[in-house]
Ligand binder design. Sequence first.
Ligand SMILES: Cc1cc2nc3c(=O)[nH]c(=O)nc-3n(C[C@H](O)[C@H](O)[C@H](O)COP(=O)(O)O)c2cc1C
Ligand SMILES: C=C(O[C@@H]1CC(C(=O)O)=C[C@@H](OP(=O)(O)O)[C@H]1O)C(=O)O
Length: 364
Amino acid sequence: MSSMWGERIKLSVFGGSHTEAIGVTLDGLPAGEKMDWDEILVQMARRAPGQDPSATRRVEKDEPHVVCGMSSDGVLTGAPLCALIYNSDQHSKDYGNLKVTPRPGHADYAAFVKYQGNNDIRGGGHFSGRLTAPLVFAGAVCRQILSRHGILIGGHVLSVGPAEDRRFNMADIEPEILKSLSREYFPVLFPSIRQEMRRQIEEARLALDSLGGVVECAVTGLPTGMGNPMFGGVENLISSIVFGVPAVKGIEFGAGFQAARKMGHENNDSFYYDDGGAVKTRTNNAGGILGGITTGMPLVFRAAVKPTPSISREQDTVNLETGENVKLVIKGRHDPCIVPRAVPALESAAAVAVLELLAQNGKL
Ligand SMILES: Cc1cc2nc3c(=O)[nH]c(=O)nc-3n(C[C@H](O)[C@H](O)[C@H](O)COP(=O)(O)O)c2cc1C
Ligand SMILES: C=C(O[C@@H]1CC(C(=O)O)=C[C@@H](OP(=O)(O)O)[C@H]1O)C(=O)O
């Protein structure tokens, strides 16, 4: 399976939702960087399941065990960093019927065909959202290195169903806002919207259904001039890792799809020199990227997260053994909405991508 990413910072994620453990190997990290272990645990806790009514009831500690690559006092050795996260709360019986009656919206059918039924279906196997736990560990390491280069990453739940938070002011994102968002569970910019989002999620859950939404993520402090045209652009790099987060179905940068409805004079970001003589833009519809290259303005992207495929209401499917059309009722513990827990996963994907970008541009 192709669960490896990166040229300079090489990321490999392994395991399945119900295997003994899941984990990650990160190669290419700079030696000598001291990690704050508590900060790593803060990031793991932001994504961990079982701590909120808006999430799956599966309970996992998600405490990483470092196998190699970090000294006992938390300093990166420069050798590949490998961490394991043990699985402890598997209910594999819930998946007994799903191999031959694939869930609409999940990877069951496509994987059954590709792997001739040999794929581990329990808890979504290697396709599970649980595989974002090792990604968050990797991101937690990368973002500590990035912060020493003045680069901050933070995201928030922009929408859940019809409930909408406000967007970042893309031309001017306060470091303090990103610092606080990036330590929260279910981060939002406009605090009172969280309650409405939770209400929408609960309503969907009670209707035996699920909800999707959008995550908005920003990166500040990026050096200007990193990235390449055409296939080597910063959008290309970030998108390729962001689509590694299960359930992400779309990404846009800056004004994104709204740019298609603007006039040129509205969409262009005028340049000016700030008081310190730095070139800035008054607006940031470009989302910090022009021609695939960083402009020095905040990098902003939004990712569309689909509604959780495993829902409790009866659905139509097929029986791959008998060749019949059948009804399916899914058992088990599923996120009624993935979006809040996808925020740290998407920030982490961005952190790994930005560290790769620095490495590719000789800035590490
Ligand atoms: C944090 C997170 C949690 C998820 N939780 C669930 C879940 O409880 N049930 C489920 O069916 N899908 C869940 N998913 C989504 C599936 O893993 C995903 O839809 C599936 O692997 C198919 O991949 P695709 O949607 O990218 O095509 C979750 C995804 C993430 C990122
Ligand atoms: C365990 C996590 O999420 C899981 C992601 C997931 C899926 O199909 O993606 C299905 C569920 O697995 P299970 O049936 O074993 O409870 C979720 O709980 C996690 O994110 O840590």
